[in-house]
Design a protein around this ligand. Structure first.
Ligand code: DQA
Length: 151
């Protein structure tokens, strides 16, 4: 059965729970995915979840979203957020809404984290709320999809 929304986790995000707990907390990627699945069930939608540390594989997963029934995307691109024009171009191919999320408050961290090169391909972003950023991002995406469907 096709999914409704695609959740994308980029480079190094498989290491959540084992990297800088003061910044990212202790939740693992599995914990985050379980929380997302619970929220998706509450919203009555289904998810496809993908993580890669390889930029080309991430681009190819985005390309497949053109034809696999994906109705919207939540992406935490990790450090790619700040420099990957390849991911920006890939996301720009999609016509479904894309929401950018970050566990940490990227706007309040190092200078290089304050800029997102993928932001122009996204309808909005949520950052700084830990696992909550993903859940808020999913809720926001669902709202945008429903608004667009209602015309
Ligand atoms: C991050 C923020 C990025 O700057 C960083 O490179 C990450 C994680 C976040 O979720 O807060 O890997 O995307």
């Amino acid at each position: 059965m096709p999914h409704d929304y695609l959740i994308l986790h980029g480079i190094n995000l498989n290491m959540f729970g084992r990297r800088d707990a003061r910044v990212y907390g202790t939740a693992t990627l599995e914990d985050i995915n379980a929380a997302l699945e619970k929220e998706a069930a509450r919203l009555g939608v289904t998810l496809d979840i993908f993580q890669s540390n390889v930029e080309g594989l991430m681009a190819e997963r985005i390309h497949r979203a053109l034809d696999d029934g994906t109705r919207g995307v939540v992406i935490n691109a990790g450090a790619w957020t700040h420099y990957s024009y390849g991911l920006l171009d890939a996301l720009n191919i999609l016509s479904v809404p894309v929401v950018e999320v970050h566990m940490s408050h990227v706007g309040a961290r190092e200078e290089f984290r304050r800029h997102s090169v993928i932001a122009p391909a996204c309808c909005g972003s949520v950052a700084g709320f830990g696992v909550g950023s993903y859940l808020l991002g999913l809720q926001a995406l669902h709202q945008v999809v429903r608004e667009r469907a209602a015309g």
